[in-house]
Design a protein around this ligand. Structure first.
Ligand code: NAD
Length: 294
């Protein structure tokens, strides 16, 4: 039976370490601050945003949410971002995705000051990360996966990592980070047009799945001893639960657990690590802004 990789526990340890670092900044009169811009009333987005700002406050950081109406214009949204860009008390800015269709999300992300872009989605940060520059803010989910592997003593050096999905926020940056000197993995990236997906996933020493399809990966698609990182978050109806639904990943957890060496559960795997790395990026932004003022 596979060992569970407990993202909640790793996050608890990391957040305790970060609380110390926040206390050191507070002693210098700096309160690390994250501002989250939420457009509209999408319940899933509201829940994500609330957990992000709550996590900030639990560490002694400032977490602020700016709620804008669904029909906000691009100009109004840009002027809110301008204000946050100029506010020295705001170290990190995050615009919650997805945005309503009338707002061009790429232009919105590019409007955020790259020095405050704690999601790491601005092209400047994506480029810095690609060339391995330590000033880059690394997107939180890929950063959380790397940290999780490191803290679980799962070496990636020379091992074959197969990633399913090619998104800009998870899979592409993850592939580039894993193949870099340090992690030193051999990486294969697959996506919706990859024929015979199982012929790739069966080669994986470490399999990372970021698609958004329940049960995409089944027991017959992995080799014994594989390490599985399940990024997917899918809502399935569950009349027995108070919310009427529960979250599952992209991997058939029960089946794959029988042959894998280690696996992340959903919930309680990658999700908490993503928020933890957002806190880490906000701390990094606060430190860099303090240094820039010296
Ligand atoms: P996305 O939704 O932008 O894209 C999905 C990717 O899956 C695409 O690249 C597509 O080519 C690929 N794909 C679709 N069908 C496929 C198939 N049959 N075989 C192989 N590849 C296929 O990707 P995303 O934004 O990375 O999100 C993926 C999943 O990860 C979603 O469930 C999302 O909710 C979840 N997610 C979780 C976290 C977290 O913190 N746990 C963070 C980000 C995303």
């Amino acid at each position: 039976m596979a060992r569970n990789i407990d993202g909640t526990e790793i996050s608890r340890v990391m957040r305790a370490e970060m609380a110390q670092q926040v206390a050191e900044l507070l002693a210098q009169g700096i309160i690390p601050g994250l501002s989250v811009v939420l457009v509209g009333n999408n319940p899933a987005s509201q829940a994500y945003v609330a957990s992000k700002t709550r996590a900030c406050e639990a560490l002694g950081m400032r977490g602020q949410t700016l709620n804008l109406p669904e029909e906000v214009s691009q100009e109004e949204l840009f002027s809110v971002i301008d204000r946050l860009n100029q506010d020295p008390a705001v170290h990190g800015i995050l615009v919650q995705l997805p945005l309503p269709a009338h707002l061009p999300y790429k232009a919105v992300l590019e409007h955020i000051d790259p020095d405050k872009d704690v999601d790491g989605f601005h092209p400047r940060n994506a480029g810095l990360a690609f060339v391995g520059d330590p000033r880059a803010f690394i997107p939180c989910t890929p950063a959380g996966i790397l940290e999780m592997l490191r803290r679980e003593n799962i070496s990636t050096r020379g091992r074959h990592v197969v990633i399913v999905g090619r998104s800009l926020i998870v899979s592409k940056p993850l592939a580039s980070l894993l193949m870099a000197p340090g992690p030193d993995a051999t990486v294969t990236l697959t996506h919706r047009h990859t024929p015979d997906l199982a012929s790739f996933t069966r080669q994986a020493d470490i399999l990372i799945v970021a698609v958004g399809k329940q049960n995409l990966i089944t027991r017959d698609m992995v080799k014994p001893g594989v390490v599985v990182i399940d990024v997917g978050q899918n809502r399935v109806e569950d009349p027995g639960s108070a919310r009427g639904f529960r979250m599952v990943g992209d991997v058939d957890f029960d089946g794959v657990s029988q042959v894998a060496e280690a696996i992340t559960p959903v919930p309680g795997g990658v999700g908490p690590m993503t928020i933890t790395m957002l806190l880490a990026n906000t701390l990094q932004a606060a430190r860099q802004s303090a240094q820039a003022r010296k």
